[in-house]
Design a protein around this ligand. Structure first.
Ligand code: PLP
Length: 369
């Protein structure tokens, strides 16, 4: 069986260090907001070229607290993509603000700036681009739309740690960057975790307060906060993994380049590598009109694939009150109907990749174009 993702190899390679780091936390007895969280925050702030990073419970909380700290709430609209994981709009909804969708560009799976511009209203408070699959959203153009209008920009970097736009790390381009350390992400812990990055001292300070029940001094509460702290055990594990992130990312990029070569000349549409930006290939996602046949054929060859995501957010039950229907965002709908993600992870062996590519080639003969 070739899995879409295999986390066991990474643990095998780092077992000694990870086990020791976790044992140290147990022995020290400091479990909440201790030295590991602080050191990881410093490391991520440096890596993302931001002056502040705040460790949180999850990527979802990073999005929610970024919006809260920017005073976005009831009556505000936040423009985002319908083709993303539900956490993006969940965070908007939790603040009381309204998610407003703009369609994607089918070639990049990211927000189409022209559609974003059309979606702006007097109630728009922020734009929330998602760097989907690890490919940076078109930040230059989105910032050109946001800045003159005084709109905040919050980056959903959950799938894109290490990605860059013209050399600038994602998470440093907007007002805040929101990262996830969910186990399957490019830098994953052994449970939930997240982080917010920003170069605004005021924003970082507000998020630090919000993550600890809305107060800066213990048992003194200024506003309604939540409990959302990255815990020391996760931070200790992530500190062991972090120094390997660049190597892992280069490995993902090499695997993606090789897939593109092996699949050229087939009828599937492979992801194009953006030249001036750095795509970190959280997913390697192709498009095909014959997805069901292809997925079935790969399953028969014991190859796991996934559909991220089969239902665009504007057609989800939870967003019914927004009043959208099929046809509202055609590119997102076509993406949801045709995408297929193939196995990719830094340790994926070349011979396993050959097996996947051969199976795709066999299942999509050129004659059937
Ligand atoms: C994973 C993910 C999130 C949420 O992160 P969690 O840490 O699981 O809460 C948000 N947005 C996107 C695009 C994601 O892939």
């Amino acid at each position: 069986m070739i899995s879409i993702l295999d986390l066991t190899e990474q643990y095998r390679a780092l077992k000694g260090e990870i086990d020791a780091a976790v044992s140290d936390v147990f022995a020290n007895g400091h479990f909440i907001l201790g030295p590991n969280v602080r050191e990881l925050e410093n490391a991520i702030a440096g890596y993302t070229a931001c002056t502040h990073a705040v460790g949180l419970n999850s990527g979802t909380d990073a999005l929610y607290l970024a919006l809260r700290a920017l005073d976005i709430g009831p009556g505000d609209e936040v423009i985002t993509s319908p083709f993303t994981f539900v956490a993006t709009t969940e965070a908007i909804g939790m603040t009381g603000a309204t998610p407003v969708f703009a369609d994607i560009d089918l070639n990049t799976f990211n927000l189409d700036p022209a559609a974003v511009e059309n979606a702006v209203t007097p109630r728009t408070a922020a734009i929330l681009p998602v760097h989907l699959y690890g490919r940076p959203a078109p930040m230059r153009r989105l910032l050109e739309i946001a800045r003159p209008r005084g709109l905040a920009v919050i980056e959903d970097c959950a799938q894109a740690i290490g990605a860059r736009v013209d050399g600038a790390p994602v998470g440093s381009l907007g007002d805040a960057g929101c990262f996830s350390f969910f186990p399957s992400k490019n830098l994953g812990g052994f449970g939930d975790g997240g982080m917010l990055t920003t170069s605004s001292a005021a924003l970082a300070d507000r998020v630090r307060s919000l993550r600890a029940h809305g107060g800066r001094v213990k048992y003194h509460h200024e506003e309604l906060g939540i409990n959302s702290r990255l815990d020391e055990i996760q931070a200790a594990i992530l500190r062991v993994k972090f120094p390997h992130l660049e190597t892992w990312t280069e490995s993902r990029r090499a695997i993606a380049r090789r897939y593109n070569e092996l699949l050229s000349g087939t009828t599937v549409r492979t992801p194009e590598d953006p030249h001036e930006d750095r795509h970190v290939y959280h997913q390697y996602t192709i498009r095909t009109d014959r997805r069901e046949d292809l997925q079935r054929a790969l399953r028969a060859s014991d190859i796991q694939t996934m559909i991220y995501y089969p239902v665009p957010l504007h057609l989800q039950e939870v967003h019914k009150p927004l009043g959208h229907r099929r046809g509202s965002f055609p590119n997102s709908e076509l993406a949801a109907d045709t995408v297929l993600s193939l196995p990719i992870y830094p340790e994926l062996p070349a011979d396993a990749q050959d097996v996947v590519a051969d199976a795709v080639r066999r299942a999509t003969p050129l004659a059937e174009v």
